[in-house]
Ligand binder design. Structure first.
Ligand SMILES: NC(=O)c1ccc[n+]([C@@H]2O[C@H](COP(=O)([O-])OP(=O)(O)OC[C@H]3O[C@@H](n4cnc5c(N)ncnc54)[C@H](OP(=O)(O)O)[C@@H]3O)[C@@H](O)[C@H]2O)c1
Length: 328
């Protein structure tokens, strides 16, 4: 199949390209050329997808059977590919759980839950509007994968990476006591990428909440898995310093960013409750969390400890002064 990876030079997109090549497809990437080169054996096309004329120029005369789109960051970008790729047999668009209007304050009960309807540049409304633009152009040939949290090797977000690097420093590690039993779920970047390619091959269409099962692990187990993965690389033995939500709030710990993936218990219960029956029905695999964390650590341990997150992504992690106050 002649497959176009829109965003194929990014993190998830890079895994999509590798998977498509492994499965014998002819692959082209479409990107602006800022995030790095396309791998060998791939036809690299360059355009800013926010500019329809640029996309038309880059795609002129390029035969495409199927598309995996991992670079949806604007409605204009969705419009340009919807316009120029409307004839393809299959198009998989990576959206986000953030497209749901009532999430994270309410659970996601299924793919029919309401998504944002008003236009806005904000991430969730932008994803929902992009889905609609693509659905109009590609009726019956569009798969919308509303991804949950993606983790795995190459992760540029610095979220799980912070936990692993913190374990490497060792000593007492502040952990959110009220959240340790909280079920949490993730999707391995390689599982998602390979599955997207298969969906395009089989011309799967519809909407899927593309993340792991709510019962796949808990926050506390994830932290144990991180400690085990770092293992002998830790500079000192790692011990837990559990602090409850009240103590974390009093110390000024910002949910989600200071302790990645932590939300106060009441908010966490709704936010992590995402129905994934659609993903399981469609065969989205879910490898053991131990494998994902081990492979992320293998990638991360070769990198500088203080490496800044890629692009303009926010920096995650507990500020040293806040940590010191919590441990005092
Ligand atoms: N990380 C998560 O947990 C998570 C959760 C839910 C959904 N998602 C979604 O997953 C997708 C993939 O995320 P990622 O972290 O793999 O993305 P990424 O690494 O930032 O890659 C983005 C790709 O899109 C290209 N791109 C960006 N803007 C472009 C433009 N205007 N024109 C043409 N190409 C453009 C980039 O290349 P150039 O910069 O060279 O153009 C790159 O190839 C995104 O759609 C994201 O919203 C992620």
């Amino acid at each position: 199949m002649r497959m176009l990876a829109v965003g194929g030079t990014g993190w998830l997109g890079g895994h999509v390209v590798r998977s498509a090549l492994d499965r014998g497809h002819e692959v082209a990437t479409l990107s602006r050329g800022r995030s790095g080169p396309a791998p060998a054996g791939v036809r690299a096309l360059h355009a800013d997808r926010d500019a329809a004329a640029d996309v038309a120029r880059a795609l002129a005369g390029v035969p495409v059977d199927g598309v995996v789109d991992t670079s949806g960051y604007s409605v204009a970008g969705a419009r340009s590919t919807a316009e120029h790729l409307a004839g393809v047999g299959s198009y998989a668009y990576v959206s986000s759980i953030s497209a749901y209007r009532d999430w994270p304050s309410r659970p996601v009960n299924g793919t029919d839950d309401p998504t944002f309807t008003e236009g806005s540049d904000e991430y969730g409304p932008m994803k929902a509007a992009s889905e609609r633009v693509l659905a109009r152009a590609l009726a019956g040939r569009l798969l919308v994968a509303r991804a949950g949290l993606i983790i795995g090797p190459g992760d540029p977000t610095g979220r799980l990476a912070w936990w692993l690097q913190r374990m490497r420093r060792g000593g007492p590690v502040v952990v959110p006591a009220d959240c340790l039993d909280q079920p949490v779920a993730f999707v391995d970047v390689r599982d998602l990428a390979g599955w997207l390619v298969e969906c395009v091959e089989t011309r799967a269409a519809g909407v899927v909440n593309a993340t792991g099962d709510p019962g796949m692990t808990t926050y506390g187990h994830l932290l144990e898995v991180c400690r085990d993965a770092v293992g002998g690389d830790a500079q000192r033995p790692v011990t837990w310093a559990p602090r409850d939500d009240a103590a974390l709030a009093a110390a000024g710990v910002e949910p989600w960013t200071h302790l990645p993936f932590w939300l106060p218990a009441r908010e966490a219960r709704a936010a992590w409750a995402v129905d994934t029956a659609s993903a399981r029905d469609r065969g989205l695999p879910s490898r053991p969390i131990e494998d994902t964390v081990r492979d992320l650590w293998a990638w991360l341990r070769e990198r500088p400890v203080d490496a800044a997150p890629a692009g303009d992504r926010p920096r995650f992690g507990l500020p040293p002064a806040v940590e010191a106050a919590l441990l005092a």
